[in-house]
Design a protein around this ligand. Structure first.
Ligand code: PMT
Length: 402
């Protein structure tokens, strides 16, 4: 995963070098961005040596109007899209003010506006500057916007005063970064198989039956399980999504292909989560020539596809099996029925008629149906958070089945 570390101009800038090392220990790829003031305290060379990457020091890194300069002028957009998190440590009162007021006058403040990645700031400054209402109001505004703040420690400050303003301990900053990124180690040693996306069933060489699944729910599960330390096998129908890094990605198209891959790869997995929207029917016969338009109506004969989840349920063993239920009515009744019929440990039910739930949305609204009869209704959450709640529940089932 990629992280941009913004280093701003304070005495604590030297501590950012140690921070880089600790972030790298968490397998994070660190791109350092320095403000001009930061370069008065520590050189870009130190960070370049630690990261093996060019340090970004200015929005217009090269002079003139040639292609190289155009490239550097739009680099903040490229970096903004590439990163999974923006961390600023140490963050001066000046950069907090710029972030709070949307002032984009150097690379770092521009990056803040351009990125959709989560932002963590670790302020460090003189105690009076820290306590000043201007700084505190800026922090309140940033917190309200979802920026995570690692409060400074109290103690002896470089300016000779004592009080709050010392950059938080490296470990506290790393802990917050891991928390925000969902990097935990609670799935280490486990292999999680996830299905995602739609399946496509061909009618003829140019037409197929499919559904509205974007794959977002399944990919979020794969990403979350990977970040929590699991080995992940992602069996995916066709989607437009980026293949998550570090995940064993198995592309499939039809239900039959998904069935084959899932049954084969499930042998390696101790957890299987079936988020794919699998076709329940397929054309009884696939035509090898394009079906021609006739004068009358056209009747298509469909046959049922294999139920992959039910098949896994029949050879379940100790594997934790999680199915989904995409419902438009009688959600609870249908979900409970699937839980029993498919021998699953949990069914994640979503009412796909609800706004903000189901197909091709960034959020989902789900209820988790468990074998002990519990029903856990979750609020509307982004799919990554839903994924983590499902994984939390998997751990809970494992804990209680020991
Ligand atoms: O991909 P997104 O756009 O993010 O949308 C997410 C989602 C709506 C696809 C997801 O939240 C979801 O509900 N996935 C399951 C969709 C579905 O096929 O539901 P179902 O109720 O028809 O199937 C029940 C379960 O059986 C599912 O786990 C399904 O993967 C599995 N199944 C279904 C049919 C079949 N032939 N084989 C199966 O294994």
């Amino acid at each position: 995963m990629k992280l941009a570390l913004g280093v701003t101009g304070g005495v604590a800038a030297y501590k950012a070098a140690e921070l880089v090392r600790r972030l790298q220990n968490e397998k994070l790829d660190v791109q350092v961005v320095m403000t001009r003031a930061a370069q008065e305290f520590i050189t870009p060379l130190t960070f370049a040596a630690l990261t093996g990457q060019k340090v970004i020091t200015d929005i217009f890194a090269t002079a003139g109007s040639g292609p190289a300069n155009v490239e550097s002028a739009i680099e903040h957009i490229a970096v903004a899209q590439r990163i999974d998190l923006l961390l600023v440590a140490p963050a001066t009162a000046d950069i907090l003010g710029k972030f709070a007021h949307g002032i984009a006058e150097d690379f770092l403040s521009t990056l803040y506006l351009a990125t959709k990645a989560p932002v963590v700031v670790a302020p460090a400054m003189n105690v009076n500057m820290w306590e000043h209402p201007a700084t505190q109001q800026n922090l309140t505004a940033l917190r309200a916007r979802g920026v995570h703040v690692v409060d400074p420690d109290e103690g002896y400050l470089a300016c000779g005063m004592t009080g709050a303003g010392r950059l938080a301990a490296t470990e506290s900053i790393v802990k917050k970064v891991c928390e925000v990124l969902g990097l935990r180690h609670d799935f280490t040693g486990q292999t999680v198989l996830v299905t995602a996306g739609p399946t496509c069933e061909s009618l003829d060489p140019v037409r197929f039956l499919t559904n509205r699944s974007s794959g977002k729910m399944g990919y979020a599960l794969a990403e979350a399980a990977h970040r929590r330390g699991a080995r992940v096998i992602l069996v995916s129908g066709p989607t437009d999504l980026k293949i998550p890094q570090g995940v064993d990605w198995v592309p499939v198209r039809s239900t039959e292909q998904m069935q084959r891959s899932v049954l084969e790869r499930a042998r390696e997995a101790n957890v299987a989560i079936m988020a794919a929207a699998v076709s329940d029917f397929r054309p009884a016969a696939e035509q090898d020539k394009k079906i021609k338009r006739g004068d009358g109506t056209f009747t298509l004969e469909l046959e049922p596809t294999p139920d992959i989840l039910a098949e896994l349920g029949r050879e379940k063993g100790n594997r934790i099996l999680v199915g989904f239920a995409a419902e438009t009515n009688n959600v609870a009744e249908n979900a409970r029925g699937k839980l029993l019929r498919k021998a699953a440990d949990m069914i994640v039910a979503n009412d796909v008629t609800q706004a903000g739930a189901g197909f091709d949305t960034d959020t989902n609204i789900v209820t988790l149906f468990l074998r002990d009869g519990r029903e856990l209704a979750l609020p509307q959450l982004n799919k990554f958070d839903v994924a983590n709640r499902i994984l939390d529940q998997v751990l809970d089932i494992q804990k209680h089945s020991k």
